[in-house]
Ligand binder design. Structure first.
Ligand code: NAP
Length: 221
């Protein structure tokens, strides 16, 4: 879906912003977005592939157009899902901060709409180090998605100690299928193993055709 379709502001009550690197997008992300959409009664979920995320210097991230295309292919059959190029169209030398993204969507949807930022619990655990986090917490709620076995207490304790006023705006959701991870997929491709049923078929084929993740250096620190 185009950004213009994404940004139809009519009749919007609740919108999810699914933030992530999506390198690559996989079935765990899709199941998560659908589960969140249903549980939180969202009108739509906008996938926002990260442009130049902060704290991401340890691994070379795939070209943003590859990540964008895979995200579009993965989401195209769900009428409630769309993909935004907002972070990808920022200047290449500019880090993309979540506050800029959320401000952008807040300006579009305004007070008519409740915004939820959905991402991995590991990422959300770090919010208190993010740029303008207090403003961020005041204009949107967060849904921290965890894999089975993740210590949920860590997240609640961190906020209870450092920013208790933020706790009502932080939701935690355990999604068993998030046991699939982008790291696992990249590793399996590098080892020549199948990724069938981990990512949508089109995405799996795109990865092979584009030669993505062939090198083990992808995850080098
Ligand atoms: P990450 O370190 O790549 O991911 C952290 C963990 O969360 C990984 O296990 C990852 O699994 C999982 N994850 C990431 N996105 C997810 C999603 N939408 N749903 C479920 N699990 C997800 O984190 P990241 O992707 O770089 O960052 C996540 C988001 O936070 C991005 O939108 C990024 O821009 C934002 N962020 C903002 C700031 C800031 O503004 N200062 C700082 C850091 C991150 P997979 O690898 O399988 O996805």
């Amino acid at each position: 879906m185009s950004l213009h379709q994404t940004e139809n502001t009519e009749q919007c009550l609740s919108v999810g912003l699914m933030g992530g690197t999506f390198d690559p997008i996989h079935l765990g992300h899709l199941l998560t977005a659908e589960e969140v959409r249903i549980q939180f009664g969202l009108e739509q979920v906008i996938f926002v592939p990260a442009g130049h995320p902060p704290h991401k210097n340890s691994r070379r991230i795939s070209d943003q157009e590859h990540r964008y295309l895979m995200t579009v292919m993965a989401t195209i059959t769900n009428p409630y899902f769309s993909v935004s190029r907002f972070e990808l169209e920022r200047p290449p030398d500019r880090v993309s901060y979540t506050i800029d993204t959320v401000r952008y969507f807040y300006a579009i949807f305004g007070g008519k709409c409740k915004l939820y930022f959905i991402s991995g619990a590991d990422a959300i655990l770090e919010i208190l180090t993010w740029k303008d986090y207090r403003e961020l917490l005041s204009i949107c709620s967060f849904i921290a998605v965890t894999r089975p076995g993740y210590g949920l207490d860590k997240l609640t304790e961190t906020f209870a100690v450092s920013c208790p006023e933020a706790l009502p705006g932080i939701h935690i959701l355990e999604i068993p299928a998030v046991a699939i991870s982008s790291t696992l997929i990249r590793r399996r491709v590098a080892e020549g193993k199948s990724i069938k049923y981990m990512a949508p078929e089109l995405v799996a084929q795109y990865i092979i055709k584009s030669g993505l993740y062939c090198s083990r250096d992808e995850d080098a620190v």
